[in-house]
Design a protein around this ligand. Structure first.
Ligand code: IMP
Ligand code: MG
Length: 379
């Protein structure tokens, strides 16, 4: 059997958002039982009510509700929708699907959630014209802070704050209906950036400025390696073992070192990853790791500078620093080829998630910082 990892977690990830567990399955069940009991007490055993579930969201609630209802009942469904994504569009569509004879019946609408009340008022308008004996409304979840209508809601299961929820039939852009518990949106307050750039692009300079401005923890893989080796940590010794043999340090070791670095900063406002991830495997591991912490990479920002300019800059630097690898134009060009070859897969990886931002790295240092900030300020 396939195991849905979202089913059990404290935090689930749907599309681009994180949600954290908010209301347990058993608490929901108690609220459903309570609603069924109260409604039955009001209607009595002599009457067979017609429950009308509002699709799609109420399908799970309605299924549990009719089974919790102590008396006989009928159930039907109608469809209405007002939500695309997470914003109420304020427009509700036509009501579809009611085929039962409702003349002189007691009709009880079953809503999964009432937010602004737009949907509800549309339902009222429609039913008011119909010859029902009585119309009542029951909702499992209710957001009192945003409800704007003067309409009366007869039965309310659980009142919740004005925060988007998913699970138990409720969705975020189609996903999350299958979750047994209710999850509440978790606003991502961390800013996690991967910064990229070929040698000479000015990455170090810009990273220092961003770190300062956003109070981010700057994690440079090179520094992390050197520090671990110097401090003789277990991971450092492991990495050294590979390096001494002339082998590449395996992804697992690099990933564990980076994770340890993140864990050292539990209060961080975000991280600026520099020189990591380098492979798709590392990028996947980083995503999974951050996701489990309820956060994610917001952007991969690459400083783009034409190759000729980079060669010029590095040759200039070579004259001053005496670094031999910065003194030979053909060696420099080879390093760019390597850079492009190795980073193309990552550019692809983040581009597919809409997280790749190329920044013009030519020009005044402060102007470039400004461009970087414009990207980061979106999050
Ligand atoms: P209203 O018309 O603003 O009251 O919104 C009612 C509809 O919006 C519900 O039937 C849901 O489909 C959707 N909705 C409102 N709030 C949420 C939420 O927190 N999670 C998922 N869907 C919601
Ligand atoms: Mg609904």
């Amino acid at each position: 059997m396939l195991f849905n990892s979202n089913q059990m977690s404290e935090i689930v990830h749907l599309h681009d958002k994180h949600f954290e567990r908010f209301i347990s399955e058993s608490r929901i069940q108690k609220a459903v039982d309570q609603l069924a009991k109260s409604i039955y007490e009001d209607i009595g055993s002599d009457e067979i009510p017609l429950f009308v579930g509002i699709l799609n969201g109420s399908f799970i609630f309605a299924a549990d509700f009719v089974r919790a209802y102590p008396g006989d009942s009928e159930i039907s469904f109608i469809k209405l929708a007002s939500y695309a994504g997470m914003d109420s569009t304020g427009k509700v569509k036509q009501l579809l699907g009611l085929s039962e004879d409702i003349k002189d019946r007691t009709v009880i609408i079953l809503e999964d959630i009432i937010d602004t009340g737009n949907t509800l008022s549309k339902i009222y308008d429609t039913f008011e014209k119909l010859p029902v004996k009585e119309l009542k409304l029951a909702t499992l979840f209710f957001k009192p802070d945003v409800f704007t209508k003067a309409l009366h809601i007869d039965y309310i299961g659980i009142s919740i704050p004005d925060k988007f929820i998913v699970g138990y039939g409720l969705d975020y852009d189609g996903l999350g209906r299958n979750l047994k518990d209710i999850y509440q949106i978790k606003e991502n307050i961390m800013k996690n950036i991967v910064i990229f750039g070929p040698p000479g692009a000015g990455k170090g300079t810009q990273a220092a400025r961003l770190k300062e401005h956003y109070q981010l923890v700057h994690i440079s893989t090179g520094d992390v390696f050197r520090a671990n080796i110097k401090e003789k940590t277990d991971l450092g010794m492991l990495a050294k073992h590979y390096i001494d043999k002339g082998d590449l340090v395996p992804d697992e070791v690099t990933i564990d070192m980076l994770k340890a670095e993140v864990e050292k900063n539990p209060e961080a406002k975000g991280f600026l990853f520099d020189g990591f991830p380098r492979t798709e495997k590392q990028a996947l591991a980083l995503d999974a790791f951050l996701q489990a912490k309820g956060t994610m990479i917001n952007a991969m920002i690459a400083l783009e500078v034409p190759e000729d300019e980079l060669v010029r800059r590095l040759l200039e630097r070579g004259k001053i620093s005496g670094r031999t690898d910065d003194q030979d134009a053909s060696k420099i060009r080879y390093r760019f080829k390597e850079y492009e070859r190795k980073t193309a897969v990552l550019k692809d990886y983040y581009q597919k998630q809409g997280k790749y931002f190329g920044i013009n790295g030519l020009g005044d240092i402060s102007e470039i910082t400004q461009l970087l900030k414009e990207v980061i300020d979106q999050f």
